[in-house]
Design a protein around this ligand. Structure first.
Ligand code: 4NP
Length: 154
C-alpha cells in the first residue's frame, strides 16, 4: 500500500505527516508493506528540505528528515498511490483538480479520519509546529488503522 500526503508547500505539514507515518511503520515492522511520500500542490519550494520548524519538531521526537526534498504533485501520482491525503480542504480541492479526479474516494482530507474532522492549521502562518506534530500523530494513527483494515479486506 502506498500513501501520499499533500499540502500547499510540501515543506511544513505533509513532510511532517510523511516522517511521522514512516516512523510509526518502522516501529510496527510495516515498512515493507506500506510506503509513504509527500508532495505539494504548488511548486514554490521544489528541491528544498522540510521547513526548519518541521525539522526541529521532528528532531525533538527522534525522527529524522534526512534526504527529504520538496516535490510538486504530478498527474502520475494518481496511479502510483493508494491513498492521497490532503492536509486541508483547499489541498483536497487542488489535488482533485490537478489529478482530474473529481470524485475518487482515494483522495480525502487527513483529519476526516479522526474525531476532529478539520483542516491541519498551517504552521507557515501560525508558527505552531507542536500543534502540527500532535495532529499529524493522531491522524497517522487513524490512517494506519484504516490502511490495515483495508489490507485485511483485500
Ligand atoms: P505547507 O505550508 O503547505 O504546510 O508546506 C506552507 C509552506 C509555504 C507556503 C505556504 C504554506 N508559502 O507560501 O510559501
Amino acid at each position: 500500500m502506498r500513501i501520499l500526503f499533500v499540502c500547499l508547500g510540501n515543506i511544513c505539514r505533509s513532510p511532517m505527516a510523511e516522517a511521522v507515518m514512516r516512523d510509526l511503520l518502522m516501529k510496527r515492522g510495516l515498512s515493507e508493506q506500506i510506503t509513504v511520500d509527500s508532495a505539494g500542490t504548488s511548486n514554490w519550494h521544489v528541491g528544498e528540505p522540510p521547513h526548519k520548524g518541521t525539522q526541529a519538531k521532528l528532531a525533538e521526537y527522534g525522527i529524522a528528515t534526512t534526504g527529504m526534498q520538496c516535490r510538486q504533485l504530478k498527474i502520475g501520482d494518481f496511479a502510483d498511490f493508494d491513498y492521497i491525503v490532503g492536509m486541508d480542504i483547499s489541498n483536497v480541492d487542488n489535488i482533485r483538480k490537478m489529478l482530474k479526479q473529481p470524485n475518487d474516494a482515494k483522495i480525502f482530507r487527513f483529519l476526516d479520519l479522526t474525531a476532529h474532522q478539520k483542516d491541519v492549521p498551517d504552521p507557515w502562518y501560525t508558527g505552531d509546529f507542536q500543534e502540527t506534530y500532535n495532529l499529524c500523530l493522531e491522524g497517522c494513527e487513524a490512517l494506519l488503522e484504516k490502511v490495515l483494515a483495508d489490507m485485511q479486506k483485500s
